[in-house]
Design a protein around this ligand. Structure first.
Ligand SMILES: [Zn+2]
Length: 75
């Protein structure tokens, strides 16, 4: 599937904070451990943010269900 890179840092600071703290780690099996090094992208109309679990360093993927992305961002 086609993957479109997006700019995580184009988000509101509050959004960034929320996505970086509200996580689920499959390795730790715990919520809200936090992530770092976020990379945002879109696949087939669904937006994801990949990051590293702050605790164990595993990849944490957050799927953004809503399409509340008004304000078109440009390069
Ligand atoms: Zn973890």
């Amino acid at each position: 599937m086609e993957r479109t890179e997006r700019d995580f840092y184009a988000r509101d600071k509050e959004d960034q904070e929320a996505f970086l703290t509200q996580t689920w780690c499959n390795t730790c099996m715990e919520v809200d451990l936090g992530m770092k090094s976020p990379v945002e992208y879109e696949v087939d109309g669904v937006v994801f943010i990949d990051g590293e679990c702050v605790k164990c360093g595993s990849t944490v993927t957050t799927e953004i269900a809503d399409d509340d992305t008004d304000g078109e961002w440009e390069d």
